[in-house]
Design a protein. Structure first.
Length: 394
């Protein structure tokens, strides 16, 4: 089968981008032919991915793409480590350029690749453009698209058209499924629930030296306990809640590692200073290999999101043996069990701090091997890819 994958974001830095990359890799493993269309502001080495790619270039920090790039950064729903631009800030001229560039890329992909099916991430603009071509269309709703649909009327026409013309709409959690059905009640019979899967070849339990891993991150101090967070610095991720919790649990033996970036990065650094947090380390964006080491040395990983459609970082951390403390909302509550972590209420920094202290003190203990086994048995992408192929074939 030939599958043309399209995503509104790069193949790194966001859950939907990583989802698309994981699907492409798993499809390739099963012998299917894959091509991926996505935006980026960095030069792409087409041989890096192991499957066909067609980047649409936007302006960013990489001067090598400037000549062929659209003269603005790719738009997001909230924020992305590589772009703070949003769909709602696009001028009419920029929106038109965006549509023209992707319509051209999709047309080229259809004519040259001859796909059997198009699978697009997000019920949004690119799904609407993809629906113009006379091919079966499958869309994965990732959640931020649904939030965007509810908050702004600007792109509702695109989303509605895409939902009407899609053959199937994949949702990634129970809450995500309900939101799709609320936004697009006419499409209820198209909705299929297939959770996100993580790449088990990138995230797994391994022996790591805590001291060496910290030194590689530029941290020379020694700590007995490690708390970690990975994700984009956006309001809905609840990093401010985490930092207020750190005021309660931090001591000289405990370090908090924050991996990621986004529009609130500087603001969160300032908050940490105001709270006089001495051992919170802002690491910026990190590769999957570095994140794997962070999860493996962490005593606990945090997901204090205000609203989380799924929470791919939750299962990636669990795959490395790290128990997760996350909010009892959205996709996270579907993932965390008593054996793999702790659920707390959203917006509850004191509850978060208490849960962290229970883990760090040993009051609440987890078997890291069993945490990792749960992740691979329930959320490895290979567990879901055949379900996805069956959706393509319907």
């Amino acid at each position: 089968m030939r599958v043309l994958l399209i995503n509104h974001f790069p193949l790194e830095g966001s859950g939907s981008g990583v989802y698309t990359a994981n699907v492409a890799t798993s499809l390739k493993k099963l012998g299917h032919e894959v091509k991926v269309i996505f935006p980026t502001n960095k030069r792409v080495d087409s041989g890096f991915y192991g499957y066909g790619v067609r980047p649409v270039y936007f302006s960013g920090d990489d001067d090598s793409v400037e000549e062929e790039a659209l003269q603005f950064n790719f738009p997001c729903f909230t924020t992305h480590p590589m772009s703070y631009n949003t769909f709602y800030e696009l001028s009419p001229e920029e929106e038109n350029e965006y549509r023209v560039a992707f319509r051209k890329a999709i047309k080229e992909g259809v004519e040259a690749f001859h796909p059997d099916v198009i699978h697009c991430g997000h019920i949004w603009v690119l799904s609407a453009i993809a629906s113009e071509f006379d091919l079966p269309l499958v869309i994965t709703a990732h959640g931020t698209d649904l939030i965007g649909y509810q908050e702004s009327e600007r792109f509702r026409k695109d989303a509605t058209l895409a939902a009407k013309k899609a053959k199937k709409i994949i949702t990634i959690s129970e809450k995500n499924k309900k939101l799709v059905e609320e936004c697009f009640p006419f499409a209820k019979d198209k909705v299929v629930l297939i959770p996100n899967g993580y790449d088990a070849g990138r995230f797994y339990l391994e022996n790591c030296s805590r001291e060496e891993a910290l030194r590689e991150l530029g941290i020379d101090e020694q700590f007995e306990k490690i708390v970690c967070f990975a994700g984009k610095f956006a309001h809905f991720k609840g990093i401010d809640i985490l930092l207020n919790a750190a005021k309660e649990y931090e001591d000289d033996k405990t370090c908090t590692l924050l991996a990621g970036s986004g529009e609130l990065f500087g603001e969160m650094q300032e908050l940490a200073k105001r709270l006089n947090l001495r051992h919170v380390k802002f690491l910026g964006n990190q590769t999957h290999d570095v994140l794997r080491k962070i999860y493996n040395i962490a005593d606990v990983s945090l997901a204090p999101s205000r609203n989380e459609p799924f929470g791919l970082v939750v299962v990636e951390a669990m795959a490395c043996g790290a128990p997760v403390i996350g909010t009892n909302d959205g996709g996270i509550k579907d993932i965390i069990t008593d054996e793999t972590g702790i659920l707390i209420d959203p917006e509850d920094s004191k509850g978060l701090a208490s849960a962290i202290l229970n883990v760090l003190s040993g009051k609440k203990q987890f078997d890291r091997k069993k945490v990792a086994e749960y992740a691979i048995n329930h959320y490895s992408n290979d567990n879901f890819i055949q379900d996805l192929v069956e959706v393509y074939r319907v």
